[in-house]
Write a protein that binds this ligand. Structure first.
Ligand SMILES: Nc1ncnc2c1ncn2[C@@H]1O[C@H](COP(=O)(O)OP(=O)(O)OP(=O)(O)O)[C@@H](O)[C@H]1O
Ligand SMILES: [Mg+2]
Length: 210
């Protein structure tokens, strides 16, 4: 099997202020948009898990990401509703600032694509089975962009060795406090996620070494 052309190394971003978290969210939006537009199999969609303690900045990051994807109006935290749905257009960014794939391959960008995006927060789950009971499984792997805060709440308490209920993430983002600011570490868990990491590097996002 040929090896993936995309980097697998996690990227680490120092985030000195809330505006740095928001800037990372915007940069991520650019690469997710490009990946979703150029994917050969668009039915997969993308799944991004965002993990970190209370107040780590997960919602701040996801809100900025959604805003940069063109969501207008109030972006509510799904802490109480568990999920907030959006429909997003995948047209070029207004400033034409879509990053290059950076892998030397030509990409046919198609216009007027739109897709569903779901912002989840599983903090209030008292048991992972609530993920299935809520019918959330069908939101994943169906062409949507799924952004998940507190993904661990969909696995904590399952018997050791049990099959995971929440499908694996393409990208896993860990946010931690660092002094007065925060630090983000982004890992790719699939080829699509690795493509996103490559795009993030190519877009000039300034990551520190991990
Ligand atoms: N890089 C940063 N430096 C300092 N403060 C930040 C940074 N990023 C976000 N914040 C602030 O952290 C606070 C908590 O952010 P947010 O609500 O996004 O956290 P959260 O991880 O979603 O929390 P919860 O788990 O409770 O949902 C907000 O006041 C936000 O402005
Ligand atoms: Mg939150």
């Amino acid at each position: 099997m040929p090896s993936s052309p995309f980097t697998a190394a996690p990227l680490v971003f120092p985030l000195a202020s809330e505006s740095a978290t928001m800037a990372l969210g915007s940069q991520l939006a650019g690469v997710l948009r490009l990946q979703l537009r150029s994917a050969a199999d668009r039915s997969h969609g993308l799944s991004v898990h965002c993990s970190g303690d209370l107040g780590a900045g997960k919602t701040t990051l996801v809100r900025a990401l959604l805003r940069a994807l063109g969501v207008t109006g109030r972006i509510k935290s799904p802490t109480f509703t568990l999920v907030e749905p959006y429909e997003i257009a995948l047209d070029d960014e207004p400033n034409g600032n879509t990053p290059d794939r950076g892998d030397g391959e030509s990409v046919e960008l198609k216009r007027n694509l739109s897709l569903y995006c779901y912002h989840f927060d599983f903090y209030r789950f008292t048991h992972p089975r609530e993920f299935l009971e809520a019918g959330f499984r069908e939101y994943f792997g169906n062409g949507a962009l799924c952004l998940v805060e507190w993904p661990e709440r969909a696995s904590e308490g399952l018997p050791v060795g049990a099959a995971p209920l929440l499908p694996p993430a393409d990208l896993f983002i860990r946010l931690d406090t660092a002094g007065e600011g925060r630090r983000a570490r982004i890992e790719a868990h699939t080829d699509a996620g690795r493509a996103c990491l490559s795009l993030l590097t190519a877009s000039g996002a300034s990551a520190a070494s991990s």
